[in-house]
Write a protein that binds this ligand. Structure first.
Ligand code: AMP
Length: 213
């Protein structure tokens, strides 16, 4: 798979046909050259619904590596099309902020969903319709059980920092969420390390994934 990633390697963001909004937002953020993981993943993810497994730590630009293809795949419709699961509230906020900045004027509604906050407020926001949810597993499950998140309608799933999810004991929750996403068509899994449980999950959650180190 590495060979295929190499084939698609891009030097600048201009080389891929990103929509105008995104190109402008990237230029405004000062993103000219993709980081290595972005160069290997974005062209493939933009070209197809292929699953991917990324071995990447924070600081590598992994958020934009999955964020840019997600933005390009989603439409502002008020129907949730993508879910990003993060191990902590801080990371969820950071990921949502970065995707929000990257999307420019595209107008996708992005909602963060994490514990320790007013549940009714979150429920009301979700009921108004959101295009993309970034959240932590426990609160996502809670909102799904209360009928404010419809996991079966979501097509794109990204599991960020899978190894930290495991360390924090969130894996049973992650499995619950994945099982309910019956119409999942694309899965991206990122992890800094690959202990056995993460390896097993990556095999179970993905179909014919490409791997990026
Ligand atoms: P991450 O690994 O996703 O947490 O990203 C680390 C930092 O690098 C974040 O502050 C991003 O905004 C920034 N960043 C990501 N991709 C690029 C890029 N292609 N050019 C410049 N900065 C970037």
């Amino acid at each position: 798979m590495e060979k295929q990633s190499e084939k698609y390697k891009m030097q600048t963001f201009i080389e891929i046909n990103l929509k105008k909004d995104l190109n402008k937002a990237l230029a405004e953020l000062g993103f000219i050259k993709p980081t290595p993981i972005q160069a290997k993943t974005i062209p493939i993810l933009m070209d197809s619904d292929r699953d991917m497994i990324g071995s990447a730590q924070t600081g590598t630009g992994k958020t934009a590596a999955f964020g840019i293809p997600i933005i390009e795949s989603c439409k502002p419709s008020g129907k949730t099309q993508a879910l990003v699961l993060c191990p902590t509230r801080e990371l969820a906020v950071q990921v949502a902020e970065e995707i929000g900045a990257l999307q420019g004027n595209k107008g996708l509604k992005i909602e963060t969903v994490y514990g320790g906050t007013d549940i009714d407020k979150h429920a009301k926001l979700l009921d108004k319709g959101v295009d993309l949810i970034v959240g932590t597993p426990g609160r996502v499950i809670d909102m799904s059980k209360r009928g404010h998140i419809h996991l079966s309608e979501i097509g794109i799933f990204c599991l960020d920092e899978a190894d930290r999810m495991l360390d924090m004991g969130f894996f049973p929750d992650v499995l619950w969420v994945v099982e309910k996403m019956t119409n999942r068509r694309q899965t991206m899994l990122f992890s800094a390390t690959f202990p056995q449980e993460v390896l097993d999950a990556s095999i179970e959650f993905t179909k014919d994934p490409f791997h990026v180190m």
